[in-house]
Design a binder for this molecule. Structure first.
Ligand SMILES: [Zn+2]
Length: 415
């Protein structure tokens, strides 16, 4: 995994690698077999339910007949006895039939196994360096990443068990933010906004510094949930609207729409031009916004490092398997050094591009989208604000080297 984590940084080496038929196709092959099995399972389920219901009905009938005969003397039991014999026969037949059909499904299940064997390489250890996990320190990193991932997923008891078994000691201060995030997200998924709102209000200043509109969006959603309750909530909605006041200048348009919708409360928002306010995907969206902004505020990455490395590995693996084969065929095994390096650069897509934070050495501020880092011709990098400040009569003297240059030749290097 360490290898996979670092793939973004290696120099490009031209090697002719034919990428195998895309993984998606292989997945689709297995999926087709899987669908067949699932279909048979569903059919089997329906069939057995029907047959068992039938049997149950006839057993109930016989029981009713038995109860009816209970008090009658000299009753003719021959019909009843015939019915019972027939019923027992039916039960036996049904059980046999269900058992044999169940056996038939085994065939389809084993076909899935064969499809997996046919489409995927079972042996991937060839691309793994044996020495990757050989120090206690590295194993500790791996355990910590797994524990962190489990905390992020809210699987607290599993994380605790892993800590105990692997001897990893996790600081409470590392655990706490995940516990809190999970508690709030859990509530949001149940459409309970209060914990998130409390959190956003208590972190208002820091969220504003991040340019986050989380608090407004939470209030907005709370207001919408009042609207969807109908005219009975009118007073409460009107009172709640005062929460929008601090956001009046920033979200004027949104607030106007929310207030406009109140006119239609009596007839139902769902029948009004404002029906889009009730879209249900807003809950998933607010979970995403909350996760993103809360993680940024707590200095955590939005995605779990383990998920990112796993996803990167899945993308890189087919290429690695192929290059390994090419290297072996051409007998140039020295190319694969088995150190922390891969023989080729693998493009993992833009989603996997990561950058460190750049602070301007002149203004001593972190660069941002509105004030990005600029590379001067001499190679020194400063923020755009600093560049503008240092520019005098269309000329700029680099504060470091000090080369005189045209500031319009500086290149933006990030964002
Ligand atoms: Zn310079």
């Amino acid at each position: 995994m360490m290898k996979i984590l670092r793939i973004g940084f290696f120099h490009r080496v031209c090697v002719c690698v034919c990428v195998p038929a895309s993984i998606m196709e292989q997945c689709a092959c297995v999926e087709r077999e899987l669908e067949k099995v699932l279909h048979r399972f569903v059919m089997y389920g329906h069939q057995s339910e029907e047959r068992l219901d039938e049997l149950l009905r006839s057993v109930c009938e016989i029981r009713a007949q038995l109860v009816a005969f209970a008090g009658v003397q000299d009753a003719d039991l021959s019909v009843l006895s015939q019915n019972m014999t027939q019923c027992c026969k039916n039960i036996k037949e049904t059980v046999q039939m269900l058992a044999s059909r169940h056996k038939d499904i085994h065939g389809s299940v084993s076909k899935v196994g064969k499809a997996i064997d046919r489409n995927f390489d079972a042996e991937i250890s060839a691309v793994v360096a044996e020495t990757v996990w050989d120090t206690a320190e590295r194993q500790k990193y791996l355990s910590e990443s797994i524990v962190e991932h489990l905390y992020r997923q809210g699987m607290l008891s599993v994380a605790e068990d892993l800590c105990q078994e692997s001897g990893v000691v996790i600081d409470m201060s590392m655990k706490q933010p995940f516990l809190e995030l999970n508690r709030i997200l859990e509530a949001l998924r149940m459409q309970d906004l209060r914990p998130a709102l409390e959190w956003a209000v208590s972190n208002r200043q820091r969220l504003l510094e991040l340019n986050s509109s989380l608090e407004f969006k939470l209030h907005r959603l709370y207001f919408i949930s009042l609207l969807s309750g109908g005219i009975g909530n009118q007073m409460e909605a009107l009172q709640y609207a005062r929460h929008f006041q601090p956001f009046a200048s920033q979200h004027q348009r949104d607030i106007q729409i929310l207030m406009g919708s109140l006119v239609y409360l009596r007839h139902g928002i769902e029948n009004s031009p404002y029906r889009s306010l009730l879209e249900t995907n807003q809950w998933a969206e607010i979970c995403n916004i909350f996760t993103r902004d809360a993680c940024a505020l707590l200095g955590l990455s939005v995605e779990s490092p383990l998920s990112v490395s796993f996803a990167s590995g899945c993308m890189a693996l087919p290429v690695l398997m192929n290059i390994k084969q090419v290297i072996e065929q051409r007998q140039c095994s020295g190319v694969w050094t088995h150190k922390d390096e891969l023989p080729i650069e693998i493009d993992l897509g833009k989603k996997c591009w990561y950058h460190s934070v750049f602070a301007c050495p002149i203004l001593r501020q972190q660069t941002s989208e509105s004030n990005p880092p600029m590379k001067l011709i001499c190679g020194h990098v400063i923020s755009r604000d600093a560049l503008n400040k240092l520019t005098n009569a269309g000329k700029l003297k680099c504060p470091y080297c000090p080369m005189e240059q045209n500031p319009s030749h500086a290149k933006q290097i990030y964002f």
